[in-house]
Ligand binder design. Structure first.
Ligand code: GAL
Ligand code: ZN
Length: 646
C-alpha cells in the first residue's frame, strides 16, 4: 500500500523543491504525480521544448527515493497554440468558439490539436523513458465525454451515423424524426444540438447517440496517447484519472486499453444526519474496482476542505484523511495519491485545500497524513490482495446518460439507485462488486440490476440464464423501458424482464418527492418515493403491497421462482431499511456468510490473496462506534479503521 501526493513544481519557487521532497521522504511519501497541466512550461513556444525544470524535479525526487507519475498536459494547450490555431478550441452550443481562460479548452478530434498533442506526448515519452523513477503515465486529466460543436466533430458524427444506420431513411426511422417534422432529407442536415436547450426538449434517440460518440472519442483519444507511450516504452504503465462528471466516459471501454484505473476521490466532509442520505464513497470505490475487476489507484485524494467551483466546504474532520485513504485500500486501491501536497497560493483553486496550508506550516491535517504514511507501510503484506464478492450490482453508463437526458421524476437518480442496493448488502459486511452490464456474471450468487433502463439483448439473455441456473436477480423500477435507440418499447413493463420477474406493471405513478407507503406480508411498513410501479403478478408472489393512494393493496415488491433461481422485482424507491430487509433474505437464501449486526455506518470488507486475508472494519461516521466481531469488542474512533488479519 503506497501513499503519494500531487505536486506542482511549476507553481513554486525552485528553491522550495528540495525542502518539499525532503519532507515528503521523511513523512513516507512514495510517489508524486507531476506536470499534467504544465504545457506552457514544457513547450514555451512552437516546437521549443524545455524539459530541464521537470528533469530537475524528477531527479530531486529520485534522490529522495520518490517515484514519479507524469501526466500529459493535453488538457491545457498553451496560449501560443490557441492563438496560432484557434480551430483546436472546442465550439459551444451557440456555434461560437469557446474562449480560453479555464482549462479543458481543446477539441480532442481536431487534427491540428492531435498533431501538437501527439508531438508533446511523444517528446515526453522519449525523454522520460530514461528516468528510472518515472513509473507510470497519466493521460490528460479527468477526460469527459462532452459534446463539441465544431465542424470536425460535426462531420465525424455524420460519418459515425452513416456507418451505424446506412441511409438517412433508416436514421429517421430509428430516431422517430417524424415527430415535430424533424425528418432529415440529407446527412448535412444532421447538426449538433445548437441553442443550449435543456436536453429533455431534444430527441432522446439523437441525444444518446451523440453521447455515445463523444464517449467513443474519449476512448480513442486515450488510445492515441497510449500508443505513443508504448511505441517508446514497451510495457509502460498507463492510466487516466477519472471521476463521476456530468458526461462520464465509457469507463469499461476507456480502460480496456489502459493498464490500471485511477479515480479522483473526494468524499464529503460535511456528514449529513439523515440515514437516507448515502454519503459513503464505498459504492464509488467498488465501481472503480469493477471497471477492470482489479486493484486500482486513487490519483487524487481528499486532503482538506474543498472549494472553488463552490463555496468552501467544511475542513476534513479529524480522522478523515487517514480513514478515507484506508477506506480506499479496503475497497481495492493499492496506491492513494493525495491532492495536493500544498494548497495553491495562486489561481482559481487556491481554496481547494491540500495537506499543507497557504502558510506552508504543516498543521493538524499534515500530522494525520504522516500517521497514514506510517500505517500504510505496515500494510505492505497486503499488496496484491483482492476483494472477492458473491453479490454484484450492474452498472450501465448508457442508462446513466439516458436518465440524465430524461430525468424521470423529481429526485430520481440512477446513481442513487446503484447506491441504495449496494449499501443494502454492504450493510452486512459482505464484499459487493459494481460491474459493467457487459461483464461476465456467472461467478456470482446475487446480481442486482437497478433501473437498467436501456435494453441490451445480450445482458438480458445472460440474466435469464443466470437465474435459470440458480442465481438470484434483483430488478428495479425503470428497467427494460427503452430499446437501444432510447425509444420506449411497445410492451408491458418491465418488457424483456417480464417473464423473469413474473409480474408486469399495469400503470405507474411518478410521485417525485411525495411519499407513498408499502407494507410487507410480515407487517413491516416502509415509506417510498419518486416512483411507484403498480404491479400485477403473473407467476410471482407479492412480498409487499402499497398501503396508500388509489393503488393501496396492489403489489409493489414481488418474488418469482425462475428455473432453479429467483427474481425479485422492486417497483419503487424505498427507505434504506427496506432494501436491507430484502438483502438479508437474499443473503440467507443464497448461503452467503454475513454479519447480522453492524452498527450504522460501519463498513466491513475483506481482501485476500498471497496467503493473507485481512478484514477492514471502518467507522465511516463522526462518532465513536463499538463493533462486536468474533466474540470481541472493537472500539473505533470517528473515521477509524481496524485491520484484522486472519
Ligand atoms: C479535480 C482535478 C484537479 C483539481 C481538483 C480540485 O477534479 O482533477 O486538477 O482541479 O479537482 O478542484
Ligand atoms: Zn470539436
Amino acid at each position: 500500500m503506497r501513499i503519494g501526493v500531487d505536486y506542482y513544481p511549476e507553481h513554486w519557487d525552485r528553491k522550495m523543491w528540495s525542502a518539499d521532497a525532503r519532507l515528503m521522504a521523511e513523512t513516507g511519501v512514495k510517489l508524486v504525480r507531476l506536470a499534467e497541466f504544465a504545457w506552457c512550461r514544457l513547450e514555451p513556444s512552437d516546437g521549443v521544448f524545455d524539459f530541464d525544470w521537470l528533469d530537475d524535479a524528477v531527479r530531486i525526487f529520485a534522490d529522495h527515493g520518490i517515484d514519479v507519475v507524469i501526466g500529459t498536459p493535453t488538457n491545457c494547450p498553451p496560449r501560443w497554440l490557441c492563438e496560432k490555431h484557434p480551430d483546436i478550441l472546442p465550439v459551444g452550443d451557440s456555434g461560437k468558439t469557446n474562449p480560453i481562460g479555464i482549462r479543458g479548452h481543446r477539441c480532442m478530434n481536431s487534427p491540428v490539436f492531435r498533431e501538437y498533442a501527439g508531438r508533446i506526448v511523444d517528446r515526453l515519452a522519449a525523454h522520460y523513458k530514461n528516468f528510472g523513477n518515472v513509473i507510470a503515465w497519466q493521460i490528460d486529466n479527468e477526460l469527459e465525454a462532452n459534446i463539441c460543436y465544431c465542424e470536425t466533430c460535426t462531420d465525424k458524427h455524420r460519418e459515425w451515423l452513416k456507418n451505424k444506420y446506412g441511409t438517412i431513411e433508416a436514421l429517421n426511422r430509428a430516431y422517430g424524426n417524424v415527430v415535430w417534422s424533424g425528418e432529415y432529407s440529407s446527412w448535412e442536415q444532421v447538426d449538433p444540438p445548437y441553442g443550449g436547450y435543456n436536453p429533455a426538449w431534444l430527441n432522446p434517440a439523437y441525444m444518446l447517440d451523440l453521447r455515445r460518440r463523444a464517449a467513443e472519442d474519449v476512448t480513442e483519444f486515450a488510445e492515441f496517447q497510449a500508443d505513443i507511450f508504448r511505441s517508446h516504452i514497451p510495457g509502460a504503465k498507463i492510466t487516466t484519472n477519472t471521476w463521476f462528471c456530468s458526461n462520464i466516459p465509457a469507463f469499461r471501454e476507456l480502460f480496456a486499453d489502459l493498464d490500471f484505473v485511477s479515480y479522483d476521490n473526494y468524499p464529503a466532509t460535511g456528514i449529513p444526519d439523515d440515514y437516507e442520505d448515502i454519503y459513503t464513497h464505498a459504492p464509488h470505490l467498488d465501481l472503480m474496482r469493477g471497471i477492470k475487476r482489479k486493484d486500482f489507484w486513487i490519483m487524487e485524494q481528499l486532503s482538506g476542505g474543498i472549494g472553488c467551483w463552490m463555496p468552501m466546504q467544511k475542513t476534513t474532520r479529524p480522522g478523515m484523511i487517514k480513514g478515507y485513504a484506508l477506506q480506499a485500500f479496503a475497497h481495492g486501491a493499492d496506491t492513494v495519491v493525495h491532492f495536493r501536497w500544498r494548497t495553491a497560493n495562486t489561481g482559481a483553486e487556491m481554496h481547494w485545500h491540500g495537506l499543507i496550508d497557504h502558510s506552508n506550516v504543516p498543521g493538524r491535517r499534515f500530522a494525520e497524513f504522516a500517521e497514514l504514511c506510517r500505517e500504510a507501510e505496515g500494510l505492505a503484506d497486503l499488496r496484491g490482495t483482492e476483494l472477492h464478492a458473491d453479490a454484484a450490482v450492474l452498472f450501465s453508463p448508457e442508462s446513466e446518460a439516458a436518465f440524465k437526458l430524461q430525468p424521470q421524476t423529481d429526485g430520481f437518480s440512477y446513481m442513487e439507485q446503484i447506491k441504495l442496493i449496494h449499501q443494502a448488502f454492504a450493510r452486512y459486511g459482505v464484499n459487493v462488486d459494481i460491474i459493467d452490464e457487459h461483464e461476465d456474471i456467472s461467478q456470482y450468487k446475487i446480481i442486482c440490476v437497478p433501473a437498467l433502463y436501456i435494453v441490451n439483448d445480450d445482458t438480458v439473455s445472460r440474466l435469464y440464464s443466470f437465474a435459470r441456473s440458480g442465481g438470484t436477480v434483483v430488478i428495479t423500477a425503470r428497467s427494460g423501458v427503452k430499446d437501444s435507440n432510447n425509444n420506449c418499447i411497445m410492451e408491458q413493463l418491465p418488457t424483456v424482464y417480464k417473464e423473469l420477474a413474473g409480474c408486469h406493471v399495469s400503470e405507474y405513478d411518478p410521485i417525485g418527492w411525495s411519499r407513498a407507503k408499502l407494507r410487507f406480508t410480515d407487517g413491516a411498513v416502509f415509506d417510498c418515493r419518486q416512483w411507484c410501479d403498480i404491479l400485477e403478478t403473473d407467476t410471482a408472489e407479492a412480498l409487499a403491497c402499497y398501503d396508500s393512494d388509489f393503488y393501496a393493496g396492489k403489489p409493489a415488491v414481488t418474488v418469482n421462482r425462475y428455473g432453479s433461481g429467483t427474481a425479485y422485482y422492486i417497483g419503487t424507491v424505498g427507505e434504506r431499511r427496506m432494501y436491507e430487509k430484502l438483502a438479508k433474505t437474499m443473503l440467507d437464501d443464497s448461503g452467503i456468510p454475513y454479519i447480522a449486526e453492524l452498527p450504522e455506518n460501519v463498513e466491513v470488507t475483506v481482501r485476500t490473496g498471497n496467503g493473507v486475508a485481512a478484514m477492514f472494519v471502518f467507522n465511516n461516521s463522526g462518532s465513536e462506534k463499538t463493533v462486536h466481531l468474533d466474540g470481541k469488542d472493537i472500539t473505533l474512533e470517528p473515521f477509524g479503521m481496524s485491520i484484522i488479519r486472519k
